[in-house]
Design a protein around this ligand. Structure first.
Ligand code: FES
Ligand code: FES
Length: 171
């Protein structure tokens, strides 16, 4: 057993003693009851289980949780799908996912949402040329698998958020 503490969606969690072989996915879903993070392939291949890791230097990246031990998240700050909406208000990205009918079963949606949010925050710091938009969005979402084939609509939804606020995201 190892005792860990971390920050999830801005709130401290722990210290809590967990088995060393407990995955982060099981920690979120089974220990904390945060079932928004899904479990798909269980082999770090589909990214439906990805959460956002916020680094101390202000950068963020997604990371799959299905095979990562929860103890490796000790001291980290992460965000999950439950942390996006505030006071019942959806983020622009969540709203566009709905408007574009980007998902069907929704199983892959938390991973796409987290990845899209990381991209938006990155573009706020480093805007891109309009001509690069399709490529940059496609590269950012690459690796996220959707069994309902929602790829095109996910890409459209992310691009729509960016195009709706060009002063923020485009150079
Ligand atoms: S469930 Fe983690 S990558 Fe598929
Ligand atoms: S919406 Fe069903 S897996 Fe993507």
């Amino acid at each position: 057993m190892t005792t860990i503490s971390l920050t999830i969606n801005g709130r401290p969690q722990g210290p809590v003693a967990i088995r060393d072989d407990l995955t982060m996915n099981d920690f979120l879903r089974e220990v904390l009851g945060m079932t928004g993070t899904k479990f798909g392939c269980g082999a770090a291949q589909c990214l439906s289980c990805a959460v956002i890791i916020d680094e101390a230097d202000g950068t963020s990246a997604t990371m799959p949780t299905c095979i990562a031990p929860a103890v490796s998240f000790d001291g980290k700050a992460i965000r999950t799908v439950e942390g996006h909406a505030r006071d019942g208000r959806l983020t622009p990205l969540q709203a566009r996912f709905i408007e574009h009918f980007a998902f069907q079963c929704g199983y892959c949606t938390p991973g796409f949402l987290n990845e899209g949010q990381v991209l938006l925050e990155r573009l706020e710091k480093a805007p891109i040329a309009r001509a690069d938009l399709e490529r940059v969005v496609a590269e950012a979402l690459d690796g996220h698998l959707c069994r309902c084939s929602g790829y095109v609509k996910y890409h459209e939804a992310v691009r729509a958020v960016i195009l709706a606020d060009p002063a923020r995201y485009l150079a």
